[in-house]
Write a protein that binds this ligand. Structure first.
Ligand SMILES: NC(=O)c1ccc[n+]([C@@H]2O[C@H](COP(=O)([O-])OP(=O)(O)OC[C@H]3O[C@@H](n4cnc5c(N)ncnc54)[C@H](O)[C@@H]3O)[C@@H](O)[C@H]2O)c1
Length: 458
């Protein structure tokens, strides 16, 4: 079959894989190729054991794979054939040199730009899909257009707003698609090419066009605002625990105000994921670069509040359990940074585990999808840590259970059976406020939830 356009995506990760699978599914006239330098990842995308877990993803991939969706490690051939190249490589926080711990590490990004240039023999549209510091497109454009072969590239910013766990639903029915381009005739044409792809299944009024810098900055700002809501409600949860106010009641009361709205007001052990912390620190770094120190401090506080909330959770556990958890078995229910994903990057569970191990606790981790990643995350950690697929086995003989991920199945567990198998007094720490605390207390647990008064039998 002759395809109308050849689309390439460089980077087959949490964003590149699902995004391209949905584009291929919705646009059978496009040939969509996803390339990655990681052969194991590509092999997994070509199997039914996909490298990432997302509800509905396997069905979408199965419908399009081999028809107009292809996964390969052959980056140069992919580049040569492509009309449009989405770049969705990782942009982690820099760990070395100037800006270490804050600035984005753009080495993978720049490498990709040079690879595109080296393997192109005609003009192409290059789409920034990764989250990038504002004005990265300028560097991208300079690298790409610094050739003596007369090749011209248009750079478009199309940040991805999907949330892990609901990626397929978000991609199939996005709140909006944002496309930033240069305010020139070529820039507007490039923007239109990308808008037309999405318009196959997204209504035009949800496709927003802007200048390049607004698109780049909007992604960082969206993540900063989302994380800020979590840190804001978490800060109030600490005050609730001191005053007998209940954080769920406060969140409901303020969330019914249409100016505030109800979403992202769930208090918890803290946010995780690969993006929020990285993108806020990146925003902080950019603000400092422009001398906006007050703005930098303002956003930095969102990250600090999150770290404090994680530490506070462990402190509550230790102090509740008679100021020592040394040698005590503690079962952690959930290691993924949120439900419906196996992703554990920056998960609050990592910090909680580390701090419990520093206290010499014996930690047992259970999770329906994230145990492999948990093992990798804790590979070099010293202390008594083990992994158990069955939550009942994890809890048997434990002094405490701590819920760290809001997996649905944890609500439906037989807590009577769990309680009977635990050391008494049995403690339950609900880091996601998903359980029926009154019922668990009645059953015999000593219950600690975020932003609520403890329910104690002694
Ligand atoms: N994960 C999310 O929920 C999410 C949401 C929106 C935006 N983003 C942004 O999207 C970008 C990608 O995130 P991710 O979670 O998909 O990362 P990821 O680490 O899962 O995937 C990135 C992939 O790029 C590959 N790669 C790196 N350099 C390459 C190269 N030169 N050639 C080919 N492949 C290369 C890596 O091997 C990896 O498989 C980041 O900038 C992130 O901030 C992520």
């Amino acid at each position: 079959m002759a395809f109308s356009q050849d689309i390439l995506c460089i980077g087959a990760g949490y964003v590149g894989g699902p995004t391209m699978a949905v584009i291929a599914d919705k646009c059978p006239d496009l040939k969509v190729t996803v390339v990655d330098i990681n052969p194991a990842r590509i092999a997994a995308w070509n199997s039914d054991d996909l490298p990432i877990y997302e509800p509905g993803l396997l069905d979408v991939v199965r419908r399009a794979r081999g028809r107009n969706l292809f996964f390969t490690t052959d980056v140069p051939t992919g580049i040569r054939a492509a009309d449009v190249i989405f770049v969705s490589v990782n942009t982690p926080t820099k760990t070395f040199g100037e800006g270490a711990g804050r600035a984005a590490d753009l080495q993978y990004w720049e490498k990709t730009a040079r690879e595109i240039l080296a393997n192109s023999d005609r003009p192409k549209i290059v789409v920034e899909k990764s989250t990038l510091p504002v004005r990265t497109a300028e560097a991208m454009r300079r690298i790409l257009n610094s050739n003596d072969r007369g090749l011209r590239f248009d750079v478009v910013s199309n940040p991805e707003f999907l949330a892990e766990g609901t990626a397929i639903a978000d991609l199939e029915s996005p709140d909006r698609v944002l496309i930033g381009g240069e305010e020139t005739a070529d820039g507007r044409r490039a923007r239109r090419v990308i808008a037309d792809i999405y318009a196959t299944w997204v209504s035009r009024d949800r496709i927003i066009e802007s200048n390049l810098w607004s698109a780049e900055l909007s992604k960082l700002t969206a993540n900063a605002f989302l994380a800020q809501r979590i840190s804001s409600i978490n800060s109030i949860s600490a005050l609730c625990e001191k005053t007998e106010a209940d954080i769920d009641e406060v969140a409901y009361a303020i969330g019914t105000d249409s100016r505030i709205g109800p979403r992202f007001l769930k208090a918890s052990v803290g946010f995780g994921g690969s993006c929020f912390k990285k993108d806020i620190l990146n925003l902080v770094y950019i603000c400092e670069h422009y001398g906006l120190h007050e703005v930098a401090r303002y956003w930095e506080a969102v990250v600090k509040m999150n770290e404090w909330q994680q530490t506070r959770f462990v402190r509550t556990m230790v102090s509740a359990m008679f100021n020592t958890v040394a040698g005590k078995r503690i079962a952690l229910f959930g290691f993924a940074f949120k439900a419906d994903t196996g992703d554990t990057r920056e998960s609050a569970a990592i910090q909680v585990t580390r701090q419990l191990l520093e206290e010499h606790a014996s930690v047992v981790i259970t999770d329906p999808k994230a145990l492999d990643n948990a093992r990798r995350d804790l590979e070099h950690v010293t202390g008594d840590v083990s992994f158990e697929a069955d939550p009942y086995v994890a809890a048997a003989g434990a002094h405490a259970v701590a819920v760290l991920t809001e997996w649905r199945e944890y609500r439906d567990l037989d807590f009577r059976r769990i309680l009977d198998s635990m050391v008494k007094p049995a403690f339950l720490f609900d880091g996601r406020n998903i359980l029926d605390h009154d019922a668990l207390f009645e059953m015999g647990f000593n219950v600690f939830a975020i932003g609520k008064s403890p329910r104690l039998h002694f």
